[in-house]
Ligand binder design. Structure first.
Ligand code: FAD
Length: 411
């Protein structure tokens, strides 16, 4: 029974109810179609599912009630949504979650101009998309994905420049990889007013989709995560009102850091969802399939592998929930933007992603050829989970961020 779970310490009764509701949503709406998502180029299946999630109130959840939202701020609640949706399809999960992620800076800063302009439509019935556009192509002096996220580089590698001209920001630059880029209704663009200023120069500026000068390249062809679209974005003399900057000098850098910490916690939850999905598949398969006169899982070698999967999933789930709980309780654990929280969030992400990669890989081994075909779900989890190990700092920068919680790590 849900109300007897040991997770009651971290999850409220409503969280359990939400978890169960989403689990049945995934079983009913996503599982029957998940193998067709890779071929769903027009996103007909994906958007139908995203619209159903919008109908359930997931899109409007983070916005304050005065705009028609539900004011859901709990990271624990948010993270379990990620786990459950990713058991179905992490591409769909990321397309949904990035919309909320794009608004976190404006919500945290209480930016009325941005919220007045966008929140009412995102709290409506229609499916909308947001995009948090941070990563850049990089160049001879670095500045791609990790260099922008690396706290020791202080935002100095950002090359998308925002200049204030009168009452408007004028933005020039190029962005890569961002989820929902090319299909989003609004973009939270990570810029700098001057790379030399470091943190004081970092500016998170909201750009509506139809703004003159904002154009897109071709959708990236990825190994997995097809529920998520990633068109490169080009910004050429893009003009938006000066009020569309999230907060101001210094504060925007902290809001960027906040998004990275949150992103790591929910990425961990996504990885656990993927691992859980693969684990359920392999558990059933190895119970049904007979080798050497008994089910695969009754062979000790298979049982040990299944045990390692369970150990990984349970510890990863417990730790991402712990990290989310710590974020939600600054009165006990200190401010959410800190080396302590960055480290905890990174531990959650690194561990959960390693677990998901291990579980999907080993599940494929235990299933033989059947693990490699589309009919049995595992190969899709395998392709999808590798990606989330690479985003948000990659496997290396993420480990440096773990160290920052323990010593003055300058990597
Ligand atoms: C499906 C998908 C969705 C994405 N969604 C978004 C999104 O919504 N918004 C967004 O802005 N971006 C997004 N990204 C981009 C993603 O966050 C970046 O790809 C990621 O941050 C890594 O950046 P990079 O690919 O430029 O790799 P690089 O920065 O070039 O890093 C390459 C390698 O170098 C390692 N490395 C980095 N720094 C160091 C160091 N100091 N020392 C040693 N090694 C180091 C990394 O760990 C990695 O292994 C997405 C990408 C994909 C594929």
């Amino acid at each position: 029974m849900a109300n007897q779970s040991h997770l009651d310490i971290l999850l409220k009764k409503e969280d359990h109810m939400l978890k169960e509701m989403l689990r049945s949503f995934v079983d009913k709406e996503i599982m029957p179609v998940r193998q067709r998502i890779d071929d769903d180029k027009e996103h007909k299946i994906v958007n139908k599912i995203l619209q159903a999630l919008t109908d359930l109130g997931i899109q409007k959840a983070p916005f304050p009630p005065e705009y028609g939202g539900n004011g859901v701020a709990s990271v624990v609640t948010n993270a379990i949504v990620h786990e459950e949706l990713s058991r179905g399809d992490s591409g769909i999960c990321v397309a949904r979650t990035v919309t909320g992620w794009a608004f976190v800076p404006a919500l945290a800063a209480g930016n009325k101009a941005v919220l007045d302009r966008f929140a009412p439509e995102f709290c409506g019935k229609e499916l909308k998309f947001g995009c948090f556009s941070m990563t850049e192509p990089g160049g001879p002096h670095g500045g791609g994905g990790c260099d922008i996220e690396n706290v020791t580089l202080h935002g100095k590698k950002i090359r998308t420049i925002a200049k204030l001209e009168g009452d408007e920001w004028v933005i020039n630059g190029q962005k890569m990889w961002a989820s929902n880029s090319g299909i989003a209704d609004v973009y939270c663009v990570v810029c700098t007013t001057d790379p030399g200023l470091g943190e004081a120069g970092v500016a998170l500026i909201y750009v509506p989709k139809d703004t003159k000068g904002l154009t897109f390249g071709k959708n990236e062809k990825k190994a997995g995560m097809r529920g998520d679209k990633n068109h490169p974005a080009f910004l050429e003399d893009v003009r938006v009102p000066k009020e569309f900057r999230a907060a101001g000098p210094g504060n925007d850098a902290e809001l960027l850091q906040n998004n990275l910490i949150l992103g790591r916690i929910v990425t961990a939850a996504m990885a656990v969802g993927q691992a859980q999905g693969a684990f359920e598949t392999v558990l059933k398969y190895t119970g049904d399939r007979i080798v050497a006169d008994k089910p695969i899982r009754q062979h000790s070698v298979a049982a040990c592998i299944l045990a390692d999967m369970a150990i990984g999933i349970e510890t990863a789930r417990n730790f991402y929930l712990s990290a989310a709980y710590m974020y939600d309780h600054p009165e006990t654990y200190g401010p959410p933007v800190s080396n302590f929280m960055l480290s905890k969030a990174s531990i959650a992400k690194m561990h959960a992603c390693d677990v998901a990669v291990m579980v999907t890989n080993k599940a494929m081994e235990l299933m033989g050829a059947y693990g490699y075909v589309r009919d049995y779900d595992v190969e899709k989890y395998w392709r999808d989970c590798k990606m989330i190990q690479l985003w948000e700092g990659g496997a290396q920068l993420g480990r440096f961020d773990v160290c920052r919680g323990y010593y003055d790590c300058n990597l």
